[in-house]
Design a protein around this ligand. Structure first.
Ligand code: AMP
Length: 214
């Protein structure tokens, strides 16, 4: 039986950065629905255009469309445990996950950050238009990705109005799944307020017991 990791957290909590670092460290496959959705939007497909209309408003893509996207992409992922970033986000998605990855074991990391900090961070967040690496920049002078040389851009949903809605959507639709995992007893809270490195160290300390020998 394989053990997957689900990273939960509000928008701007750093879950994407931490999920990518953790996947690399543990040599697990990274599975981020936000990246999959942005990829589809960048391709300009009909499905991508539909996704974009939800992203722009800070809404979740409907469960049915997401379910289809996941099932279409599954074939291109190698077997084995994964780090899930941004999925599941609703109770219906929890059911989709338990169906697609039936029999798998999950550890859930819940990154906690206050709303004021989220808004502050979002101002500084940029994403590489080529490789999706996330950067926190102190000024607009930093405009090129350190890894691949791609152009750093601001995500279209990283603006104050959309962010407020994303936080509201998180509180109403995603937060309830935390209670579900609490009841199952497989969730660990992580303080997401400190720097990326400090949060990374706390995550490592908490998962090392289960994964350190990978
Ligand atoms: P993220 O990169 O995880 O912050 O996701 C960016 C946006 O993609 C979200 O605000 C949603 O509009 C959409 N999205 C990502 N993951 C999901 C998901 N699991 N369910 C529905 N929409 C999602």
């Amino acid at each position: 039986m394989s053990k997957n990791i689900i990273i939960l957290g509000p928008p701007g909590s750093g879950k994407g950065t931490q999920a990518k670092r953790l996947a690399e460290k543990l040599n697990l496959t990274y599975f981020g629905t936000g990246d999959l959705i942005r990829e589809e939007i960048a391709k300009g497909t009909e499905r991508g255009k539909d996704f974009d209309s939800f992203l722009k408003k800070g809404e979740l893509v409907p469960d049915d469309s997401l379910n289809q996207l996941i099932r279409d992409k599954m074939a291109s992922y190698k077997d084995g445990p994964m780090v899930f970033d941004g999925f599941p986000r609703t109770m219906d998605q929890v059911k989709i996950m338990e169906d697609v990855w039936a029999g798998d074991d999950f550890l859930v990391l819940n990154i906690q950050v206050k709303s004021e900090s989220l808004i502050n961070r979002m101002e500084k967040r940029r994403i590489c238009s080529k490789c999706d690496k996330i950067f926190i920049v102190e000024s607009d002078e930093k405009s090129v990705c350190d890894v691949c040389g791609g152009k750093l851009i601001r995500r279209s949903d990283d603006n104050p109005e959309v962010l407020k809605n994303r936080i509201k959507v998180y509180e109403t639709q995603t937060a309830p799944i935390i209670d579900y995992y609490k009841e199952k007893g497989n969730i660990i809270n992580i303080d997401g307020e400190p720097s990326i490195e400090v949060v990374e160290a706390e995550i490592w300390e908490k998962v090392e017991v289960d994964f350190g020998t990978n």
